[in-house]
Design a protein around this ligand. Sequence first.
Ligand SMILES: [Zn+2]
Length: 387
Amino acid sequence: MVIVGGIHGNEPAGVIAVQRVLHELRQRRVAVSGRLLGLAGNLRALSQNVRYMTRDLNRRWFPDHLARLRDTPHAEESSEDIEQRELLNIFDRLDETFDHPLVVMDLHSFSAEGPPFSVVADTLRNRPIAYELRVPIIFGLEEAVEGTLLGYLADRGHIAVGFEAGQHDDPRTVENNVAAIWIALVSAGLVARADVPEIARFEARLAQAAAGLPRAVEIVYRHPITPEDEFRMDPGFYNFQGIGRGQRLAIDRSGDVDSPSAGRILMPLYQGLGEDGFFVARDLGPAQLQLSATLRKLKIDGLLGYLPGVDVEADQADGGDEIRIGRVGSQVVVGGVVKQVLRMFGYRKDVGGGDDLVVARRRQVQSSRRGRGGVAGDAVTDGGDSE
Ligand SMILES: [Zn+2]
């Protein structure tokens, strides 16, 4: 299990929490079954308490960029290129060393006020740990942002959970992170539940922080913006707030921006890029989650090609599957029910496709690991059960 904090340098709460849990594990001599690695993400940005120095470190986890980082170790480059190569080297080494998937937790915080939540790529294997955290899981958000560390790791077949713990400098954010790490350690089987006397308190803490919210939501609408739109959100909205269809949410140069559907509003978490105005999510009940899990286990995916206008293309090039929805059929059917069905199977990412709509999902089955026999060396420090 790998826990990453501070991939954004103005989010130190994750790093503080990782250090605290590692310290507690040692001091209390808790038995750890397996290996635990804590990583501080953007060291240079953390030292300045800024989100990043030159560019966002949680972007550009694309195969071509990573290949360049691997191949040109001494090229002239940005601070984040150096940071990214350091992280990449560690994950490469872990990949070579272990032939089973890693469990990776990526800790973040946000600037606005709001409840904690988790973000996962929608693969079945990502769900159990996220569900144990007792805060809302947002499906479809990870897929909406390109080049994140989590997306890269999910594509490599790892279990990857993002945790957004609270406001950057709120002391509760560290506490939420600490609770989430312990819960994940127990859930992943590294630590016995009986060895964490506070576990019930941790669970109650996160459940309380997310009181009144659904356990899972899925993004059904993304409002993309450009600087030319002069998009301005109306004040007073907060994450997970219920909104009605047609409700005015913002204004831009062409006038009112209304919500296309009822649901919950989610404001952009990844400020600084300015590509997303807002998202609309809808609640997913336990029954819906169970249904989509069951259908996937039954491998009914194979029948998706029988849906009207749907053409299944297994494109494994970047580690995911893609489905092409022809615009031959009725727009209403293709845009509505079919997309809803596809989302149940994890197809949440709109990758464009000219005249057709192409949706993609993260790889659902474990990838074959890239060979074995490597030694973790200093990436996973020997000499203790935990590091
Ligand atoms: Zn962040």
